[in-house]
Design a protein around this ligand. Structure first.
Ligand SMILES: CC(C)(COP(=O)(O)OP(=O)(O)OC[C@H]1O[C@@H](n2cnc3c(N)ncnc32)[C@H](O)[C@@H]1OP(=O)(O)O)[C@@H](O)C(=O)NCCC(=O)NCCS
Length: 183
């Protein structure tokens, strides 16, 4: 393929777009500091966010895996701008299934490709652990996340009625999405 030939569509879709600022992904070290940072990020991305206790239980669980997205904006120190937590229960009897538990990018750093980088990184790690299928739930009204997942190869496989409680006391439905992971 010459340098000017665009990659085939399937290859183009499997590559993460580069984030606007220099960026990298690091594994969450499961330290008390990382729990605090993760709780802070979660509270900004979701209403209400998880408590520090729930976050600690989640990220200290041996079957869960978490990563941070770090960015280096011009003239600023590197900072954590996003996170992703996945459950990597790789049970051979189930054919190696994994699930995304929570995922967010700080509002000021959105639309720069960080979610795509986080997803790319976690799918690689999960596939490396033996996972063959990745599931997640997304609120039907969360159009940004639905677009991201659709463009990242996830397809709807189910629906959960009244899955997410809303601050109004009502609740909203979720879609269950699935993506196969490369061997
Ligand atoms: C959903 C979320 C993680 C996306 O993060 P992000 O870093 O802005 O996403 P990216 O920049 O990597 O975007 C990748 C693609 O997703 C889609 N997308 C992301 N945000 C979108 C938006 N607001 N509207 C439409 N499409 C959007 C686009 O296809 C985008 O590609 P493009 O920029 O080339 O068009 C972020 O909006 C967020 O944290 N939301 C609140 C928490 C949340 O909903 N988490 C997911 C729960 S299931």
């Amino acid at each position: 393929m010459s340098a000017t030939t665009p990659p085939p569509q399937s290859l183009a879709q499997s590559l993460p777009r580069r984030a606007t600022y220099p960026s990298r992904i690091r594994l969450v070290q499961k330290s008390p500091d990382d729990v605090k940072i993760m709780t802070y990020l979660h509270g900004i991305c979701f209403m209400p966010g998880w408590s520090e206790e729930l976050m600690a239980q989640t990220i200290f669980s041996p079957v869960n895996l978490a990563v941070f997205a770090l960015v280096s904006p011009p003239r600023q120190d590197e900072m954590i701008a996003g996170f992703l937590i996945a459950q990597a229960v790789v049970d051979p009897a189930s054919g190696g299934e994994a699930e995304i538990l929570s995922f967010g990018v700080l509002p000021d750093y959105r639309r720069q490709g960080l979610a795509r980088l986080l997803l790319h990184d976690i799918t690689r790690r999960l596939a490396g652990l033996g996972a063959r299928r990745l599931f997640l739930e997304v609120a039907v009204t969360n159009l940004a996340a639905r677009r991201l997942y659709e463009n990242s190869g996830f397809r709807p496989v189910g629906e959960r009625k009244n899955y997410y409680p809303l601050p109004t006391g009502q609740s909203e439905d979720a879609l269950v999405l699935r993506r196969d992971l490369a061997v």
